[in-house]
Design a protein around this ligand. Structure first.
Ligand code: TRP
Length: 325
């Protein structure tokens, strides 16, 4: 049997270059190796954004366009919108019945996020976030789940739910394994981690001038005051990006910066050029995508997902002696 892989992303904004390394780059490779389901998880977006949902539909389409432009192929992989497959919500409900409250309360992101975003997000749905994620994964009995470090506790919880389910009702699900991908730290132009919510991101969908202007804002080595002061590439955000984009000239840049032969302005210009030339084909493809087809693409993926989820849900209902079909 083919190995199944599931991953998801919340539609909370356009994708930026931080999403390329560690996420999109790997997804494109995985689709050659596994049966992949890539989910745009709009229900999950509600857990932290329930007060402001206006932009979700637009972001769903932006994220989908970025996916396709980047090379995710909806003929190879199933790309779908979570809310179009209501069976997943039923599975979530049934799994919630066997998930002890204490397991959810000890998931670190639950307390962390409340501390960061305030008490208003401490809803019933938010507490159940990892159970919904488990339902996404178990809907296809997936073996592999590529996630970042921050999602590992959620996946551990999914594994615990699987063990409990299999113990109570007999072998049903495989324990999903994380595919932990090395993702380099991508700084935004203010030096913090690149994130849409920090307003420091370079987006896939922006023009070359915007990208160049953002690159020029990057904070470099604060000790490199003059063009010809020696710099420390190992602590420089701009050099971090030269490395992430695998600049073939990175050794030369490192050497010349260290020896005070390369100024930051010149170095940034070279970086902007590199980012723009790397993104150029993706931006081109983005423009060529027929926007009127996007909803159909999601519908087609969702129908395919529905078929699989139904089979698994039927099995689960039988095991739980739930008559409703
Ligand atoms: N929680 C994940 C995140 O925020 C998104 C997600 C939802 C997911 N369902 C999933 C990831 C299923 C992997 C598999 O990054």
């Amino acid at each position: 049997m083919e190995n199944v892989l599931v991953s998801g992303m919340r539609p909370t904004g356009k994708l930026h270059i931080g999403h390329i390394f560690g996420t999109l780059n790997n997804w494109v490779k995985y689709q050659e190796k596994y049966k992949c389901y890539f989910i745009i998880v709009d229900w999950h977006a509600l857990t932290t954004n329930y007060e402001n949902t206006k932009e979700i539909p637009q972001y769903v389409l932006e994220v989908l366009t970025d996916y396709i432009a980047f090379g995710l192929d909806y003929n190879k992989s199933v790309i779908y919108l979570q809310s179009m497959v209501e069976e997943v919500a039923v599975l979530h409900l049934l799994l919630s019945m066997i998930t002890p409250l204490s397991w959810l309360e000890r998931v670190p992101s639950f307390k962390d996020q409340i501390q960061q975003l305030g008490k208003e997000i401490a809803t019933y749905g938010f507490l159940g976030y990892p159970v919904l994620m488990t339902a996404d994964i178990l809907s296809f009995n997936a073996k592999y789940v590529p996630v970042g470090q921050d999602q590992l506790p959620h996946l551990e919880l999914a594994r615990e739910i699987v063990r409990r389910f299999n113990y109570l009702y007999g072998d049903t699900f495989v324990e999903p394994e994380p595919l932990l991908t090395e993702s380099p730290y991508i700084p935004g132009f203010d030096g913090r981690k690149m994130s849409k919510s920090y307003n420091n991101a370079i987006f896939i969908d922006e023009n070359e001038k915007e990208t160049e202007e953002k690159v020029m804002k990057y904070i470099t080595d604060p000790q490199k005051i003059y063009k010809n002061s020696p710099g420390r590439p190992q602590i420089c955000n701009v050099f971090t990006l030269h490395k992430a984009f695998n600049n073939p000239e990175k050794e030369e840049i490192e050497q010349n910066c260290t020896q005070g032969k390369l100024g930051c302005v010149e170095c940034k210009k070279r970086l902007a050029k590199l980012i723009n030339s790397t993104l150029q084909p993706i931006r081109e493809k983005r423009k060529s995508i027929d926007k009127s087809k996007l909803t159909d693409i999601l519908l087609q993926g969702s129908l395919e997902a529905k078929k699989e989820t139904r089979k698994i849900l039927t099995k689960v209902k039988q095991k739980l002696n739930i008559l409703g079909v």
